[in-house]
Design a protein around this ligand. Structure first.
Ligand code: URA
Length: 255
């Protein structure tokens, strides 16, 4: 066992909870003790009130006020605004532009990152990347319904009542699809900007859905995944997700 000067013991017995929270930037060591005393911190699903509690930062699942706090320093969560024409792969053996190029440019190493889900080469917008395999796996699993928001520029004028039809469900060749939300954002000459929210991951789903109702897509941008928004991130740029965004993704998959 090794000991630090502040009494935190590490090694097989773990690290004091307040030290782990302070290191993760949740609060000062003192502030973390207050959170613990107030019963606001849980470890592996159980509220912890004693300061002496040691945890394993590698494996413990820690929540503060019900929000997951990731204390592992090696875990990375990034948002990329994927430009049009870029393939959702980490490498491309045909030399086509791919998501991996942007990640390597950003951090000089891809640190074992992988993309969570994919976007068509022609689709722009929010793509999440992480090296947290368990989170990525769960977010991509159809049983976890992560809402994804898309902005689409479509052909023609979209008549009233179409939202109702889309929410009720549209039959596609590989089965029905329902949207969770739909709204017309703007009417342009000969075109309409619409926003679609759905929790489906089938290939080309938004393009196929809108084409099916007679409004082929000219431009498609994913603007949000759950509570993580693209915001004003420029095409080709990456940013680290903040603590709240990371916690929101864990909450979606019950982690
Ligand atoms: N739907 C599509 O049609 N394309 C995407 O890239 C994502 C959703």
């Amino acid at each position: 066992m090794t000991s630090d000067s502040t009494g935190g013991s590490e090694g097989t017995e773990g690290v004091r909870l307040q030290k782990v929270l302070a290191k993760a930037g949740i609060a000062s060591r003192r502030g973390a003790e207050e959170l613990i005393a107030q019963g606001r911190v849980s470890v592996d699903g159980e509220i912890v009130r004693e300061f002496g509690r040691r945890v394993d930062p590698e494996s413990s699942v820690i929540h503060v006020d019900g929000a997951r706090v990731v204390v592992r320093e090696d875990l990375v969560y990034l948002a990329l605004n994927k430009p049009k024409g870029v393939h959702t792969t980490m490498t491309d053996d045909r030399g086509r532009p791919c998501v991996g190029d942007f990640v390597r440019r950003h951090s000089n190493a891809d640190a074992g990152l992988f993309h969570i889900g994919r976007l068509d080469a022609d689709t722009e917008g929010l793509l999440l990347l992480t090296n947290d395999g368990e989170l990525a796996h769960r977010l991509m699993h159809p049983s976890y319904e992560v809402f994804k928001t898309y902005l689409a520029e479509v052909d023609g004028a979209v008549p009233r009542g179409i939202g109702k039809q889309l929410r009720a469900g549209i039959e596609l060749e590989d089965g029905p699809v329902k949207v969770d939300k739909f709204r017309v954002v703007d009417a342009l000459p000969g075109r309409t900007m619409v926003e679609v929210v759905l929790h489906e991951g089938r290939k080309h789903i938004v393009r196929r859905l809108l084409a099916e109702i007679g409004h082929p897509v000219h431009r498609l941008v994913r603007t949000a995944i759950g509570d993580v928004h693209l915001g004003d991130l420029k095409p080709g740029k990456l940013r680290a997700l903040n603590r709240k965004e990371i916690a929101s993704l864990h909450a979606v998959v019950g982690r």
